[in-house]
Design a protein around this ligand. Structure first.
Ligand code: RUQ
Ligand code: CUA
Length: 660
């Protein structure tokens, strides 16, 4: 069944008969060597060598693994609500998921990029894209919390994102779906060629705070921008984007966007674009977009609305955007560690073109163009080409680098990873993946200084690799040792959601900076209680604010009366612990909400709207001490309009009565 599916795919891709042999990798039982277990074994109590940050795809989150063990360490919620810790449910974090469309509790998270200094990951931030409702996020690697989410106007399907420049000056975002841009967007779909545009956005990253701001956008022909990577070294001022659907089809793209022999890699000189912006050569485009920032001090996210973006039109402002023909609907767009070689992976191509930055510059200087596309010069293919990797495999997608002169490309259709030499373009080794690999990751593998050692393949189809779990099977990652000439598969591990791109870096770049707890005296949440004496219950009309503290193993207060049906109750829970790894949780029976999980020194707020009279338990959800099961209390709810007095206490001695 699986073989048939692949053969069909291959036949479709290549327009050839079904007689093509199956592409299921052979000798699958023999690919693991006897020493594999030792290479991935991390003894109990020992740490992994690398952090591996893996995109969650349609689960909207980022997961963190240790390598080489493949142990799952954490899931960091980014674009989707996360009931496990209350992200997107607590009053403090709801605003993180605001967009110009309102509250959007889910997204499709594809690509990650670590912030860089001098072209190497510096361990400060991790950037993430959202594919569905176009956004980018910044995650702090000291707290592993999402600190900022910026929406992108004039965009749809933000896929070629969030890749960054050599010193994290910018991260980028490009439209996968071209859309109508401008005042009137209510246009017939078949007016695509006339009304639809692509854009790519350059988002400035503040070098100290990491704060994001939308610096400028390029207004581009209506094609599908797919992936991107920044130049490095000599090419550091340039950014490269792959695009497909230069046919500008708006229906049955499977066929209609596969007509042309070549689509494009777009080269953008972002330094030059900066100059145009400085010289006021852009036009201000009105478009609302939302910016959400989590304030560490108040521990609260805030939303602001922006209204305008600076747009540059490369058809008017010449000499900073060029198209380079690239065979067959390119997907991956990867730049080698030297910055000289740009690899385009045509999903339907039988070869991999490698472009030379030096030749591209010369071609631009000599004006070796093949006309224009949408007013943008198209460089002659041969003038930009360094060479082609011949017969590498079927369906190339993505390429990573080991820093030793080798490239590794994933092949979706032939289900393999292929190692080839960047200089002579000769294939050195190929190994099967199980099955249908998408992205690859080598620690530092898209930076100037890859760490090499391991390669991880993130596969689309698991099929028979694990115990069955009903119709939906786990997604899968596979770890290869690439320290020798030949790749060696040493581990399979299941992943969360559907992994796409991933990043990895040496653990000590992050672990030494990890925050252990928040200092209670620095807690500026307006609803915090910095000690049990500050705990209280306050009624404001139909809003009841419960300032409640948690410390092993009780809440203050833990008996509350005087709440009425029709009230909105806000439990502002402050965790008074000042020690590492002592969160407390909080939940109330019947709340149409999640739990909240409060870190030491932090305050989180859970909103509850009781719908009937009664006595409702509250309790700590995190097994925090031997007497965790004792960490509980009650809230009495009376009927609407009742005059049950508002009182609260713990162990009565601390009781107080507060007037309504
Ligand atoms: S895309 S394979 Cu976003 Cu290649 Cu995932
Ligand atoms: Cu606090 Cu369990």
């Amino acid at each position: 069944m699986y073989n048939q599916k692949l053969a069909l795919l291959v036949a479709g891709f290549w327009g050839i008969s079904m007689a093509i042999p199956s592409c299921k990798p052979k000798n699958e039982t023999n690919v693991i060597s006897s020493g594999a277990a030792e290479k991935t074994y991390v003894a109990p109590g020992k740490y992994d060598e690398f952090y591996n940050f893996v995109s969650g795809g349609f689960n909207g989150q980022v997961s963190v693994y240790g390598l080489p063990s493949g142990r799952l360490l954490k899931i960091v919620p980014v674009f989707s609500v996360f009931p496990e810790n209350g992200y997107g449910y607590s009053e403090e974090t709801k605003a993180m998921l605001n967009t110009s469309h309102g509250f959007v509790p889910w997204d499709d998270q594809h690509h990650l990029e670590l912030s860089q200094k001098d072209g190497s990951p510096d361990g400060r931030w991790l950037f993430a894209n959202a594919n569905n409702t176009p956004r980018v996020a910044r995650i702090s690697l000291t707290t592993f919390k999402t600190e900022e989410i910026l929406e992108l106007p004039n965009s749809a399907g933000n896929h070629s994102s969030p890749f960054c420049t050599e010193n994290t000056e910018y991260i980028v975002a490009g439209t996968r779906f071209s859309v109508p841009v401008g005042d009137n967007q209510d246009v017939p779909i078949n007016s695509y060629k006339k009304n639809f545009h692509g854009t790519v956005s350059f988002i400035k990253v503040d070098s100290v705070s990491g704060r994001l701001s939308l610096a400028f956008q390029l207004l581009l022909p209506g094609v599908n921008f797919d992936l991107s990577h920044a130049g490095k070294g000599a090419s550091r001022d340039w950014f490269f984007f792959s695009c497909y659907n230069t046919e500008q089809a708006h229906t049955l793209l499977e066929v209609n966007a596969s007509q042309r022999d070549k689509d494009f890699i777009m080269a953008v000189n972002w330094r030059k674009a900066e100059e145009y912006v400085r010289d006021h050569k852009g036009t201000a485009s009105k478009a609302p977009y939302i910016h959400n920032i989590y304030n560490e001090k108040t521990q609260t996210a805030q939303t602001t609305t922006e209204n305008q973006v600076m747009v540059l039109d490369p058809a008017q402002l010449k000499d900073f955007v060029y198209f380079i023909p690239c065979p067959k609907s390119p997907h991956g767009c990867d730049v080698d560690p030297s910055g000289e070689y740009i690899v385009g992976s045509g999903k339907l191509a039988a070869l991999i073109p490698v472009f030379s930055f030096t030749k591209i510059q010369k071609a631009i200087g000599d004006r070796q163009f093949d006309g224009e596309y949408g007013g943008i010069p198209v460089i002659r293919y041969e003038a930009a080409l360094y060479g082609e990797v011949q017969k590498p495999g079927l369906g190339p997608l993505h390429t990573e680098f080991d820093g030793k002169g080798n490239a590794y490309t994933s092949f979706f259709v032939s289900s393999e990873v292929v190692k080839w030499n960047i200089k002579d373009l000769k294939v050195i080794d190929r190994k099967p993946t199980f099955y249908s690999v998408g992205h690859l990751c080598i620690p530092g593998g898209d930076s100037k200084h890859p760490y090499g050692k391991y390669l991880i393949a993130y596969n689309k189809i698991t099929k028979d690799r694990y115990l069955p779990t009903g119709p939906e099977l786990a997604q899968s990652a596979q770890l290869y040792d690439i320290s020798g000439d030949k790749m060696e598969m040493i581990l399979d591990f299941p992943t969360v959601g559907e992994p796409h791109y991933a990043q990895a870096l040496p653990a000590d770049l992050i672990s030494k900076n990890s925050v252990k707890y928040y200092k209670i005296e620095e807690n500026d949440n307006p609803y915090s209680s910095k000690g049990e004496k500050q705990a209280k219950v306050v009624r404001e009309g139909n809003k009841v604010h419960v300032y409640i503290t948690a410390i092993r193993s009780h809440f203050v207060p833990d008996n509350i009366e005087g709440v009425r049906v029709g009230d909105e109750v806000y439990f502002h829970v402050t965790n008074l612990e000042q020690d590492w790894d002592i969160p407390h949780g909080f939940a109330v029976k019947g709340a149409a909400n999640a739990e909240i999980l409060i870190m030491p020194g932090e305050t989180c707020t859970l909103k509850w709207t009781p719908t009937e009279p009664g006595v409702f338990p509250i309790y700590c959800t995190d097994f925090c001490s031997a007497l965790h099961q004792e960490m509980q209390g009650y809230v009495r709810v009376s009927k609407a309009g009742s005059n049950t007095p508002l009182i609260f206490s713990t162990n009565l001695a601390d009781s107080a009565v507060v007037k309504n």
